[in-house]
Design a protein around this ligand. Sequence first.
Ligand code: SF4
Length: 324
Amino acid sequence: MTDTIIPLDHIPGGETPTRARLEDAPQPERPQRRPPWIKVRAPSGETYEAVRSLMRGKALNTVCEEAHCPNIGECWGNGTATFLMMGDTCTRSCGFCDIKTGRPSPLDWTEPIRVAEAVRAMNLRHVVITSVNRDERPDGGAPIFAMVIKRIRQVQPGCSIEVLIPDFKGKIDALRIVMEAQPEILNHNVETVPRLFKRVQPQDKYEWAMATLGNAKTLDPLVLTKSGIMLGLGETFDEVVAVMRDLAALKVDILTLGQYLQPSKKHLPIERYYAPAEFEALKQIGLELGFKWVESGPLVRSSYRAEQQVRALSQLNYIRLRAE
Ligand code: SF4
């Protein structure tokens, strides 16, 4: 397997002076209390329970539960969920993430079949599928993504497919396996600004994230690419904009921006809450930079309202739904 990575100096903006200039940027004091705009809907209701029992019945994991997503009441209440494949144990240990870290179990090659059955049972028109990192495998588990895409095409035609993939350490051969299955949307979250990678996600590299997004478009120019940034981990507003510029230069189509919320005291602290007006300002900057869609708000997560994004982009003829 060859490790083809876009060299950093080929990433437009990859060597922005902004990065160095902001290394020692002063940080504001940590907030003590949640602001009033962070409000979540309590999980309950018939549809929520139906999704829950389907996941249990098919022994499936969701990032909604494993990552304790604040939107679970809303999303499951609307009959959607984000599937977490390749087990519930991740080989990396990011400081913001609530998914278990450790030595994972062997891959379950029947999992794609069960995920596809759940997609059909939920009658989804759009599905988001993600996974833990499986760095112990040279292919990072990429074939599981390809299998689930193909299986969903068979059992739920018309359903658009978004895969939120690991960086596969920038390996283009692993990425190619996913791209050849032709997902409509290839999502990979950069998560934070380059200065904070070591603290926030020590086993990840900014270059790998950028290579994943850039190479995805090269391998399949029809795919829509998507990425997301968490705010409130100690980055500055200017650093966020610098990352947005890097993503825009790689022709990333969809951007999500949301507030980091500390899952437990063991996780990285919240350095700052962004106000709704700041999310709106970043959204406007993103649209000016050329993103086709920017989902920006305190509770926005990578897969939040993903179906609405796809339908809107489809109406604007930005996306060819291969499933139709
Ligand atoms: S935002 Fe995504 S991860 Fe969170 S509950 Fe909704 S579908 Fe699940």
